[in-house]
Design a protein around this ligand. Structure first.
Ligand SMILES: Cc1cc2nc3c(=O)[nH]c(=O)nc-3n(C[C@H](O)[C@H](O)[C@H](O)COP(=O)(O)O)c2cc1C
Length: 170
C-alpha cells in the first residue's frame, strides 16, 4: 500500500506534524506551495491576507507537484485552520485533483478554534473513505513532544486499520 502526506503550511506547524507522519509511516510527502510567494507574511499581515483569501473564496495557483496523488492508496491531508475552515491552497488542491476510492486521513493545526474544518474537508472528499482525523493546537508553541506522541499513536491506529482491511480483502 503506497501512502502520501499532502499538506500546506504557512508558519510551520502543519509541516512539523506532516514530517513526523511521513517519517513514522514511511509515506512520501508533498508540500503544496503557492506560485505567489507567501513566506514573508508575518504578524497582522498574514491574518489580513489569509482572511481575505478565505472570504473572497480565492483558489491560489499552486506550484507543480513532484508526486502524483493518484498513484497512492492512503493519503494524509493536513491544513492549518483559517477562519474555521481549510486553507485556500487545500481548496485549490481539491478543485484540481479529483480523488476517488482512496483511504484518507485528515489533520489540521489551529490556535484553539478548529470550527468545522474537518467536516468541510470530508464534504469535499466525498467518494473516498475517511479512515482517521485529528487536530493539533499549535504544536510548535504548545508542545512538540506531546504533538509527536499523539501523531505516533494516531498513525499507529491508522496503519492497524488499513492492515486489517487489507487482510479481509485477501
Ligand atoms: C489567516 C489566518 C486565519 C486563522 N484562523 C484561525 C481560526 O479560525 N481558528 C484557529 O483556531 N486558528 C486560526 N489561525 C491560526 C492557525 O490555524 C494556527 O496558527 C496554525 O497552527 C497555523 O498552521 P501553520 O503553522 O502550519 O501555518 C489562523 C491563522 C491565519 C494566518
Amino acid at each position: 500500500m503506497k501512502s502520501l502526506v499532502i499538506y500546506y503550511s504557512l508558519t510551520g506547524n502543519t509541516r512539523f506534524i506532516s514530517e513526523i507522519i511521513s517519517r513514522i509511516s514511511g509515506s512520501d510527502i508533498l508540500e503544496l506551495k503557492l506560485k505567489k510567494d507567501d513566506s514573508r507574511l508575518k504578524g497582522f499581515k498574514k491574518y489580513f491576507w489569509g482572511g481575505m483569501q478565505v472570504y473572497m473564496k480565492k483558489k491560489p495557483e499552486l506550484m507543480l507537484f513532484d508526486k502524483n496523488p493518484q498513484d497512492y492508496d492512503l493519503i494524509f491531508i493536513g491544513t492549518p485552520v483559517w477562519a474555521w475552515r481549510h486553507t485556500p491552497a487545500i481548496e485549490t488542491f481539491f478543485s484540481n485533483i479529483n480523488l476517488n476510492n482512496k483511504k484518507i486521513a485528515l489533520f489540521c493545526c489551529h490556535g484553539g478554534g478548529k470550527g468545522k474544518t474537518l467536516e468541510k474537508m470530508k464534504y469535499r472528499l466525498g467518494g473516498n473513505e475517511i479512515i482517521g482525523e485529528i487536530d493539533f493546537k499549535e504544536p510548535l508553541r504548545y508542545g512538540k513532544d506531546t504533538g509527536s506522541e499523539r501523531v505516533k499513536a494516531w498513525v499507529g491506529e491508522i496503519v492497524k486499520k488499513v492492515n486489517a482491511q487489507t487482510l479481509k480483502v485477501r
